[in-house]
Design a protein around this ligand. Structure first.
Ligand SMILES: C[S@@+](CC[C@H](N)C(=O)[O-])C[C@H]1O[C@@H](n2cnc3c(N)ncnc32)[C@H](O)[C@@H]1O
Length: 297
């Protein structure tokens, strides 16, 4: 069986539950999406993000999915049908977010979700997004702070000692720094997004935070809880891949960081959580920080 790549590990159905529907209704109104009929989804993956946005566009809208990974840039029938049932059409193009192969002023809406956290030069990507959006169109980026999770409590961590809490935070900080050093992006780029959009010359910049939380508590029966737990199970099942991904981020920071990684218990967190779920003793508030920043040119 083919080994799962990095993005497959994060493409399970839980992405369909990242927003409250009434929050998206409100955001679509703020962004004026019903005026628009073409959209470019940069770093589309399996189009979880553009599938959520497309019902707010004009009927018959044309969506272009764009990704550097041919697996996603080749598209697939299931995704095409999902767009068709929302009265839209989708086509796919392969390429780098930092170098878009489209003419100036090509799309009404240019958007991305959890993509700028993976690119070496997000300012270049933002400038490209600005170049290809039409005058009076809108660029919308949804990017997180992924560090906050390291200090958010749940029933698995509530009794951790001060040392364990510091270890969890150090683990997250080193992971993030190693990824930056390897030029694979900043996992908390969301914090910097508004400023970088301003640098890229956008006007009318607006920044919001998704109001969605996915609390987990027994008996874990609603759809979003089931999908979230499935993701944790996948990360535990694919632990060897997850550990490989992490190792290179610590390795680049030097032998001390690598030793810290090898010794750290933090990489066993999924296992700890799943054991508590099995006993119906796991609960969490389910908060995340997802920025939604828009700008026009
Ligand atoms: C975390 S996934 C997000 C996918 C999708 N936007 C979503 O929200 O479900 C990141 C995606 O960005 C793509 N990607 C990463 N770096 C890229 C780059 N430099 N140019 C274009 N796509 C890129 C990956 O292949 C992957 O599909």
């Amino acid at each position: 069986m083919e080994k799962l790549g990095h993005s497959e590990l994060f493409f399970s159905d839980y992405r369909d539950y990242w927003y409250n529907r009434d929050f998206l209704d409100l955001m679509a109104k703020r962004w004026g999406l019903n005026r628009y009929s073409s959209m470019l989804d940069v770093g589309c993956g399996q189009c979880h993000w553009s599938r959520l946005l497309v019902p707010y566009l004009k009927a018959g809208a044309a969506v272009t999915g764009y990704d550097s990974d041919i697996k996603w840039a080749a598209g697939n029938e299931k995704i095409k049908q999902q767009f068709e049932s929302a009265s839209a059409q989708v086509s796919f193009v392969k390429g780098d977010a930092q170098d878009l192969p489209f003419e100036n002023d090509s799309f009404d809406v240019v958007t991305c979700q959890t993509v700028l956290i993976h690119v070496e030069n997000p300012l270049k990507a933002l400038s490209e997004m600005k170049r290809v959006v039409k005058k009076n169109g809108i660029v919308i980026c949804a990017e997180p702070n992924n560090l906050a999770g390291a200090v958010i409590k749940d029933s698995a961590s509530k009794n951790d000692s001060l040392e364990e809490k510091l270890e969890n935070l150090k683990y997250a900080l080193l992971w993030e720094q190693g990824k930056i050093n390897l030029k694979e992006g900043d996992n908390s780029f969301g914090d910097l997004l508004t400023g970088e959009m301003s640098k890229a010359g956008f006007t009318n910049i607006q920044s919001y935070i998704s109001d969605k939380a996915i609390p987990l508590y027994p008996p874990y029966t609603n759809g979003e809880q089931i999908a979230t737990i499935k993701s944790v199970e996948l990360w535990e099942k694919e632990k060897a891949t997850m550990i490989d991904i992490g190792r290179k981020y610590f390795e680049i920071l030097g032998p001390e960081a690598l030793k810290f990684y090898k010794d750290s218990n933090t990489k066993n967190v999924e296992n700890k959580v799943l054991k508590l779920i099995k006993k119906h003793e796991y609960y969490s508030g389910g908060a995340t920080i997802m920025y939604l920043v828009s700008g026009t040119k």
